[in-house]
Structures are given as structure tokens and as C-alpha cells.
Design a protein around this ligand. Structure first.
Ligand SMILES: Cc1cc2nc3c(=O)[nH]c(=O)nc-3n(C[C@H](O)[C@H](O)[C@H](O)COP(=O)(O)O)c2cc1C
Length: 440
């Protein structure tokens, strides 16, 4: 038997309630509306969009406006923006609220990418608390009563972290109006390497009066439980480990609530059926039971096919919005949607088949798809003839792809703009991730 954990709802002002404290961390190129929806259905309690650039929103750049579109999301949902100028951030935040009406406005102060930090945005704000506070104050005034939240790292580098930067920036942005902080336990210098420093996350949680969501390196129900029990955080956020594994949220929920099977476990089947997931919030006693097992390969492939179906539908809605007055046939619109859905889908589909025997052969086939329909065809064929793909891998002497952990290496390399060691087996995925890293 383990000790109690506070799973009570997180309340922001008198408007917003996050009723389950396990969130999806925003990831550029990954956490789009379809993936957020799948994670929410599997038991994730809260999600924000990936970050959108303030100036690009103000200029009306269509792909940035699409990033902040949360009109179909499960509530509550946040939109994350980034920038460096308080006035531009204020105007962009106002635009977000007016056009998309999210429940929460989140400000990014963690992105390590030079193209963001060189412009004084993202994690460079950790070194400029005055500017950071001015941005939060301006945005808070603009969007009130919508709560403003901030996502930070634990410092610019080790020295900055050791000097107490995280607590300092946390206090400044809270004084300026932030009602919740998400703290990623790495420094900017670490990018996505090394380990998240949960001691510093805990120090922030202990120092401030607003809820803190801790983030970094959580990839199993046991780790999630451990961090919730020991960090002093009101919640946790999961990033990379959720890729290709939306059911992780259901496993965490089941582990925390001590239920193992049937309808009480919000596993993948319950999730895809769209049933809302409920629990009785409060100080829960954990059962200490092991979490439910991972879905079978068949279930994972089925989820991949469902993901493709939803992404195509979302792309079709976008294409229809772009051509409101007709002029193009339904078939032409569907074809266009099928093509544009591909780029966002490819990395997800690669992640779904992670570790399934035959993965290298199927990934090769997936990477040749030129439309979402072709992706679905390949995945369907894999479902029907897994033995053929597995035999191809065996014949080529390919070892099964190691389990999920090694994809972090791939992201690390791509976040750096390339260079680090990349597992050959995951190169196709890495190419897609590189595209996301460029944006991030
Ligand atoms: C591909 C990728 C894109 C990311 N994009 C964002 C982003 O748009 N906004 C943000 O606040 N953090 C972003 N992050 C950081 C994650 O939210 C999270 O803080 C980080 O991955 C650590 O959590 P994890 O160890 O659970 O992955 C991104 C991370 C990755 C890997």
C-alpha cells in the first residue's frame, strides 16, 4: 500500500477546473488537435496547443492560426503562444481569445531553439525576468478573466539553475498574474539531453502558492505516480513518452486509481469509443497494483488507423474552409485533404508500430506513402499480414526495434539541428521529427 496522493481538481480562478492532474506536454509537430483528442479520450486531463508565434498570429499567417484552433477540443484546453515584446504578446493573446476562446492562455518561456531565443523569446526570457513579467502582466490584463499560465525551464544553464533562477522567474511571473506554472526540469543548455532535475521542480513547487505541473522524463505509470507522490507538484505533464502511446494516460489513470480491468480502466478501447472518463477526485489511496498491460499490436495498429481516419477528416474540414464557395469537386477536395494530412500523420504512424515485429519493413513501406489513404493501406496490410513483414525483417537480419526509450535519442539529435547518434531503425521517424524541430 502506498501513501495518498492529492488528485484533487486544479482550479484556476473561479472559471477553469482541470479535474485530472496528468497533462499532455505541448510538442510542435506532434500535439495537434487530433492527437490531443486521442490523448484526452485515453485519460489525459489537460492539453495545450504547441506554441504559435505572436507576430505570425497578428499577421494572420494561416498555418499559425490553424495551430491555435481549439474549437473542437475537449475542455479545458490551453493555447500556447510565444514572443518577446509585451505589446505584441498582448495583442496576439487578445486575438487568440477572440477567435478561438480557449480556457487558458499559456506563455512559452522554455523553447531552446536559437531561432526563438535569438529573438528574446522562449527560454531566453528566463534570463530577463523583467521582460518576462512585463509580458505576463500585459497578457493577463488583456485576456482577463481567462487565466494565464507560463511554461518555464529550470534555468538557462547549470550555473543559472544553481543560482535559483527557476524560483526567481516563477515568483516574478506569478506576481505579474500567472495562475499556474509548468516546469520542465531541464536547463536551456541541456535542450532535450541529460535528465530533468526534479529537485529544482520541487523547489519551485515549494516556493510558490500557485499550482505547479512538473515535467520531464516521465514515461511509465510508475514514474508518474512517483513524481506525483514525491515532487510536491499538483500535476505532471508528459511529452515524448506519449508519442504513439496515447493509452499511456489510461495506464497512469488506472495505476493511480488502483483499477485494473474492464470499464474502470480507461484503456485504449474505452478511449477510442469516446466515452468520457471520470473519477472521484480527492486524496486517493493507491492500490500499488501494477498498471494494465500495453495494448496488443493489433490494438495499436487499429489506433493508428483511427488516427489516420480522424486526421483525414480534420484535413478535409480545413480544405473546405479554404474553398468555401465551392468551385472544386468533392473528389478534388478529398484528394487535397488526403495529401496534406500525410505530413502530420507520418511520424505518428511510425510511432504506433514501434517495437512490433516487422517494424522496419513496414516503416519502409510507410515512408513511401504519398497520401493518408496510402498510409492507411500500408497499415491495413501490416495488420493483415504481419508475419510477412516480420519475416522480411528476419531475412534481412534486422533486430526488432528497441522499445520506446531510444526515440529520445532521435529527438535530441533533431532538436539540435542534427548531429547526435541516431538509431538507423528510426531514421524515417527522425526525418519527420526534424521538420517539427525546425518549427520548435
Ligand atoms: C518535438 C518537440 C516539440 C516541442 N514543442 C514544444 C512547444 O511547442 N511548447 C513547449 O512549451 N514545449 C515544447 N516541447 C517541450 C515539451 O513540452 C516537454 O517540456 C519536454 O519534451 C520534456 O518533457 P518529456 O521529457 O516528457 O518529453 C517540445 C518537445 C519536443 C520533443
Amino acid at each position: 500500500m502506498t501513501s495518498g496522493i492529492n488528485l484533487a481538481p486544479i482550479r484556476l480562478g473561479n472559471r477553469v477546473v482541470i479535474d485530472w492532474p496528468v497533462a499532455l506536454a505541448p510538442m510542435a509537430g506532434v500535439t495537434d488537435a487530433v492527437f490531443r483528442g486521442l490523448c484526452r479520450e485515453h485519460g489525459c486531463g489537460y492539453a495545450t496547443t504547441e506554441f504559435a508565434r505572436d507576430r505570425a498570429l497578428l499577421m494572420g499567417i494561416p498555418n499559425q492560426l490553424r495551430l491555435i484552433d481549439v474549437r473542437g477540443d475537449v475542455r479545458p484546453v490551453g493555447v500556447q503562444i510565444f514572443g518577446s515584446d509585451a505589446e505584441e504578446m498582448r495583442r496576439a493573446a487578445g486575438l487568440v481569445i477572440e477567435r478561438m476562446a480557449p480556457d487558458i492562455l499559456d506563455i512559452n518561456m522554455g523553447c531552446p531553439a536559437p531561432k526563438v531565443t535569438n529573438g528574446q523569446g522562449g527560454s531566453s526570457l528566463l534570463r530577463d525576468p523583467q521582460r518576462a513579467a512585463a509580458i505576463v502582466a500585459a497578457v493577463t490584463r488583456e485576456v482577463a478573466p481567462v487565466p494565464v499560465t507560463v511554461k518555464i525551464r529550470v534555468g538557462w544553464d547549470e550555473q543559472h539553475k544553481a543560482a535559483g533562477a527557476a524560483v526567481e522567474i516563477a515568483r516574478r511571473v506569478i506576481d505579474a498574474g500567472a495562475q499556474l506554472l509548468t516546469v520542465h526540469g531541464r536547463t536551456r543548455a541541456q535542450k532535450y539531453e541529460g535528465q530533468a532535475c526534479w529537485d529544482t521542480i520541487s523547489a519551485v513547487a515549494a516556493a510558490v502558492a500557485v499550482p505547479v505541473i512538473g515535467n520531464g522524463d516521465i514515461s511509465t505509470p510508475e514514474e508518474a505516480t512517483h513524481r506525483l507522490r514525491t515532487s510536491g507538484c499538483r500535476g505532471i505533464a508528459i511529452g515524448r513518452a506519449a508519442r504513439g502511446r496515447p493509452w499511456l494516460f489510461g495506464q497512469i489513470r488506472a495505476h493511480l486509481l488502483g483499477r485494473r480491468s474492464g470499464a474502470a480502466v480507461p484503456g485504449w478501447t474505452a478511449g477510442v469509443s469516446g466515452r468520457p472518463l471520470h473519477h472521484s477526485p480527492g486524496h486517493e489511496q493507491l492500490s500499488g497494483q501494477p498498471p494494465p498491460p500495453d495494448p496488443t499490436p493489433e490494438e495499436r495498429i487499429a489506433l493508428g488507423l483511427e488516427h489516420i481516419r480522424r486526421q483525414r477528416a480534420a484535413a478535409l474540414a480545413t480544405v473546405r474552409e479554404q474553398h468555401p464557395r465551392g468551385g472544386r469537386s468533392e473528389a478534388a477536395l478529398a484528394q487535397e485533404a488526403d495529401r496534406i494530412a500525410l505530413a502530420g500523420l507520418l511520424p505518428h504512424v511510425m510511432w504506433y508500430v514501434w517495437g512490433v515485429p516487422g517494424v522496419t519493413a513496414v516503416r519502409r513501406a510507410l515512408s513511401q506513402a504519398r497520401s493518408a489513404t496510402q498510409l492507411a493501406d500500408v497499415l491495413g496490410d501490416f495488420a493483415a499480414r504481419r508475419h510477412v513483414y516480420a519475416a522480411a525483417d528476419r531475412a534481412a537480419g534486422r533486430l526488432p526495434v528497441p522499445d520506446h526509450g531510444s526515440c529520445e535519442t532521435a529527438w535530441t539529435a533533431s532538436a539540435d539541428g542534427g548531429g547526435g547518434p541516431v538509431d538507423r531503425n528510426i531514421q524515417e521517424t527522425t526525418m519527420a521529427e526534424n521538420a517539427a524541430a525546425e518549427t520548435a
